[in-house]
Design a protein around this ligand. Structure first.
Ligand SMILES: [Zn+2]
Length: 197
């Protein structure tokens, strides 16, 4: 239905997670019909954030500084490392105030059908981090799904020789669910009750 610049805007919006065809149309028209200053502000804040954020060279978290504010906080518990899939999982876990260690962001889960193999997970970096920082425990806080399970088991095997204690979150997070949508209390309980792999 749309064409030209409006179609271009709609398609850009549609590429965002959770935005379907209709919502993208509605948002595109809204952006064009509201006060121009507000739309420029939106565009500027997207550009500013994109330009200012980078991946932390230690943990891969998206951050304004490198190292990120978590890696550079020496008051955190240096015995614990938590492996997560995405930066958003860190914010989710931090909101429980139950975990005070450090993090490592994988960025992806193993998924051979999508062409994501062990090489894409940057496990050398993880292994170096585990060895250098001498963590006592590495906790897997990964969504329980087929990809999540195979990723956990692959990494556990990969880190076997580091002799670090490997644990995962307790049950309570339903299989196939996404960590992003797990309630704070459920996640808090799952963090408290971990079990060895
Ligand atoms: Zn970091």
């Amino acid at each position: 239905m749309f064409n030209g610049k409006l179609l271009q805007l709609q398609q850009s919006l549609k590429s965002l997670p959770g935005i379907g065809e209709k919502t993208a149309q509605r948002l595109a028209l809204y952006i064009l019909s509201q006060n121009k200053e507000k739309s420029y502000q939106l565009a500027d804040s997207i550009k500013d954030a994109v330009d200012s954020y980078t991946q932390c060279s230690i943990c891969n978290m998206l951050s304004e500084s490198d190292p990120c504010f978590l890696c550079s906080n020496t008051a955190r518990d240096s015995s614990l490392l938590c492996i997560v899939e995405q930066t958003r999982d860190i914010y989710n876990i931090e909101s429980t105030q139950e975990f005070h260690g450090y993090y490592f962001v994988l960025g992806k889960l193993l998924s051979p059908v999508d062409g994501i193999g062990p090489k894409q997970l940057n496990l050398d970096k993880l292994e170096r981090l585990v060895q250098e920082k001498c963590f006592n425990e590495v906790i897997f806080a990964i969504s329980p799904s087929t990809e999540g399970e195979s990723t956990i088991h692959f990494i556990a095997e990969y880190l076997k020789n580091t002799n670090v204690c490997l644990t995962r979150l307790s049950t309570g997070i339903p299989y196939g669910s996404n960590m992003e949508y797990t309630g704070t209390v459920t996640l808090m309980n799952a963090l408290k009750r971990r079990f060895p792999i």
